[in-house]
Design a protein around this ligand. Structure first.
Ligand SMILES: [Zn+2]
Length: 298
């Protein structure tokens, strides 16, 4: 019995990494979409990328299969953002402590949005003191591209020049996007964005917008009636015309708020999952278009 169970485990573990092991390339596990995009850009053909979150799955909810946990244990590098997915944080801590690349540790962080009304509620996991949605600022993504290029070069020195070259090119593309967003959001009639899931803190911080999140950092956290009333008051006071919702979260709360304050709803994509037929750059460009319309930018 013991023997059978043991070999089944070895077999499952091997499935995750066979291709990569055969090809001899470093296997890089990427926790969710924007990280996977970044690893593919910087790693190029020199790495095998395995995404831990399937497209269309809300990444905050991710649970890892035993095969994925085994894969984390065998990966050359696991790229994740500590605080987004408790399951990944735990798998890295237990099985890949020396092979984790916590993207949040590579960029300046901002504090978690404070919601005094939510404090009495029970949370499943420990409270986070910083906002983990770092990827919604292209300038921080550019910093990450460079840092990731350096880390991949350490793991696989034979391809150092290629990693650094691709990192440089990716950082430049992200720099162009950052410039487009900065200029596109420079002159706007309104600078307040009301969002369903409080994911846009870094974007707001970078482009001098003010984010009013209805829900929490975790999109599943139901807003308290007090928080909803507060969001409605601010939305009216700031003459907000659009309440932002997103594809993977029910738009109900945002719709209720929009009808209460006489605004419409539009989709702002937190890019926690790949946009339909697009990538990180096109997804952020679509966000820029939505923001410019909603905020009346020139
Ligand atoms: Zn989020």
């Amino acid at each position: 019995m013991r023997f059978i169970a043991g070999s089944a485990l070895v077999l499952t573990a091997a499935c995750g990494g066979t291709t990569a092991a055969e090809s001899g390339k470093p296997v890089v596990d990427a926790a969710f979409f924007p990280l996977q995009w970044l690893v593919e850009k910087v790693g190029g053909p020199d790495v095998t990328v395995e995404g831990l979150t399937k497209p269309g799955v809300e990444p905050h909810d991710l649970e890892l299969t035993p095969q994925q946990v085994a894969g984390v244990g065998k990966a050359s590098l696991v790229v994740y953002v500590k605080g987004v997915q408790p399951a990944v944080d735990e798998a890295v801590a237990q099985h890949a402590a020396d092979r984790g690349f916590d993207a949040a540790s590579a960029v300046p962080k901002i504090d978690a949005p404070h919601d005094e009304h939510a404090e009495e509620e029970e949370h499943g996991h420990e409270e986070l003191f910083y906002d983990p949605h770092i990827w919604l600022d292209p300038s921080r993504m550019a910093t990450l591209a460079t840092a990731l290029g350096g880390r991949l070069a350490e793991i696989d020195p034979a391809h150092e020049a290629a990693y650094k070259e691709r990192a440089k090119k990716t950082a430049a593309e992200l720099g162009d996007l950052d410039f487009k967003m900065a200029t596109g959001l420079m002159r706007c009639a309104n600078r307040t964005i009301v969002t369903a899931h409080t994911a846009f803190g870094y974007l707001a911080n970078r482009y001098k917008l003010e984010q009013v999140g209805i829900g929490g950092i975790d999109p599943d956290a139901e807003p308290s009636p007090a928080r909803l009333a507060e969001a409605a008051r601010i939305a009216k006071e700031k003459k907000v015309t659009t309440i932002f919702t997103e594809e993977l979260v029910s738009p109900k709360v945002a719709e209720v708020l929009a009808s209460e304050v006489g605004a419409k709803t539009a989709v702002l994509n937190p890019l926690e999952s790949p946009p339909q037929g697009g990538d990180y750059i096109s997804g952020m460009t679509a966000n820029l278009t939505e923001l410019r319309t909603a905020l009346g930018c020139q």
